[in-house]
Structure formats: C-alpha cells, structure tokens
Design a protein around this ligand. Structure first.
Ligand code: ADP
Length: 280
C-alpha cells in the first residue's frame, strides 16, 4: 500500500515556475477562491508573473471570477490524445491590456473534462470518484505549459483528503495560506489543515480570517465572533494573520469577472491583500 505521507524529502517543482503557493481551507464557502484570485492579481500588481490553477474540481470558481471565456485555451498537440490528456494555456482579460502587465495562465478544471467523466461541456455536475479527481488534477498541474512564472497560486479544494495529499506529493509547494472565518467552530478544522501542511513539509506562512467584520458608520461589527485568528496564529506560531472584512464589492467583483484588487486597487481591502502578498 502507498504510504499516507511521504517519508523523506520533497517532490520536485514545475518547469519554469519559481514558487507554488497553496491556498487552502477546511470548509467550503469561506472565501478561499476569492482570496486565491485577489492574491494572484495582487502579486501581479507587485510586479510578479503569476499563474493560477483551480484545483477545486467539485466547485470551480475561476471560470466566473477571471472571465476565462475571454481566455485562449489551447490543447497541447503532444498530450491531447487520450482521456484527460488536456493542457491549457490562456490569457485572462483582467491581466491583459497593461492593467497589470502580466500574462495569465488559467487552467480551469471546469472547462476541460476528460472523456468518460459524467459531465456535459463543463455545465454538468462533476461526478468523479476521488482517484479520478486526483489523477485529473495531477495531470493538469504537471502537463500544463505554465511558461515562466514567479508564482503559481493553486486554489485547493476544501478539506484535508486524498486530493490535497496527492497535490502536495506531486509538486513542491513553497508556502501555504489557510483561509478561514472567525467562528470558534472553524478552529478545529483549520488546525487539521495547518497540521497537514506541516506533515507535508509545506510552510504555512499566513492564516486569513475572512469575513472578520463589517463597518457601519465607522463602527466595526463582528457577526461571527472574534479571536479565532489570533488563537490560530499563537497556537501554531504562524508569521502572519491577515483579516478581510465583509465587503459586498469583493463578492460583486468576483461575480463580475474582475477581481476587487483590479477594479478598486486603492481600497482598504486591496491594501490588506498587499499585506498577504508580502507574506508569501
Ligand atoms: P470558497 O472558495 O471558500 O468556497 P468563495 O471564494 O467562492 O469561497 O466565496 C463564497 C462566497 O462568499 C462568494 O459569493 C464570494 O463572493 C463571497 N465572499 C467571499 N469573501 C467575501 C468577503 N470578504 N466579503 C463579501 N463576500 C465574500
């Protein structure tokens, strides 16, 4: 049987990619994809060449958030034969036109389905067993031509299961960012995620407490409580804790295919993303 965790050393990297960053959460709906996309664009605004990989096969968000219908997806003629041998390379509209001065490579699992998978043109449900998903992700990550990148931001599926393990055993991640919300309930799950990365020798450089508060007339309200992020940072000795408020514009920007850090680069939330960018 395969060992659960690698017993020695770290896997290799991806050709042309300097740093691979995992953005992970232990529950769905906490804002992991929102953070992934805005972090990627922030790194681009900081002058880096950035790619983003949506590994959240069951709930892919990138197709909506970075308007890939405007991206050019090309099949690699060397690898397109056979089920699941898909490679993609695209230039997202948000990064083009000198807005960020960066070329985007978007490999969105939602738009590429292997033969034999019960889905219809990317519009059906992703009905795949775990090993199929792991195989698909592994293949897309390693066979996509990413070009020369400073950072590849990988939007992980939520949880600490087979898919996450496979990815960490396939390529060497430079850093992990764990996204959570402030509820006490989230603490146990976040701890699991941080421990998983520690066991896989991936340094967890930041915890993001998303939806931490909202402001009305200058007064902060904390609908999900407070203190969880501080406790996580203290208990695990994490170097950075970054808080994002509940901001309707953040959600609207994601739905509109133009991330907030691009549409409102001087807003306070964009400044918090700069803080996160500096952490990775
Ligand atoms: P996940 O990837 O963890 O499933 P998403 O990034 O898809 O979560 O976010 C879930 C929903 O919450 C989306 O509609 C997103 O626009 C919204 N959202 C995420 N973070 C915030 C925030 N800080 N303020 C307002 N809406 C948010």
């Amino acid at each position: 049987p395969q060992p659960l965790l690698p017993d020695s050393g770290r896997p290799g990297g991806l050709r042309g990619v300097r740093h691979i960053i995992a953005v992970s959460s232990c529950k769905g709906g906490v804002g992991k994809s929102t953070v992934s996309v805005n972090l990627a664009y922030t790194l681009a605004q900081m002058g880096a060449k950035v790619g983003i990989f949506d590994a959240d096969v069951y709930g892919p968000s990138l197709p909506l958030m970075v308007s890939p219908e405007k991206a050019i997806l090309e099949m690699n003629p060397e690898t397109k034969a056979g089920a699941g041998q898909a490679c993609s390379r695209g230039s997202g509209e948000c990064g083009a036109g000198g807005v960020l001065g960066v070329a985007w490579q978007v490999a969105a699992a939602a738009v590429i389905w292997p033969a034999g998978c019960q889905a219809t043109s990317g519009k059906g449900a992703a009905i795949m067993r775990g090993p199929m998903v792991s195989g698909l992700i592994q293949q897309m990550l390693t066979t996509t031509d990413w070009g020369e990148l400073d950072y590849l931001v990988v939007d992980f599926p939520p949880g600490t299961g087979d898919i996450q393990l496979t990815m960490c055993q396939t390529v060497s991640f430079s850093a992990a960012v764990v996204v959570t919300t402030p509820q006490k309930l989230a603490f146990v799950d976040v701890a699991k995620g941080i421990r998983m990365f520690a066991k896989l020798l991936v340094p967890c450089v930041a915890v993001v407490e998303n939806m931490a508060f909202f402001e009305v007339d200058g007064v902060r309200h904390h609908p999900f409580g407070q203190g969880s992020g501080d406790r996580i940072q203290r208990d695990f000795g994490l170097p950075n804790l970054v808080r994002f408020p509940i901001v309707p514009d953040l959600s609207a920007a994601g739905d509109g295919g133009r991330p907030l850090v691009v549409s409102q680069p001087t807003c306070p939330t964009a400044a918090a993303f700069m803080e996160l960018g500096a952490a990775v």
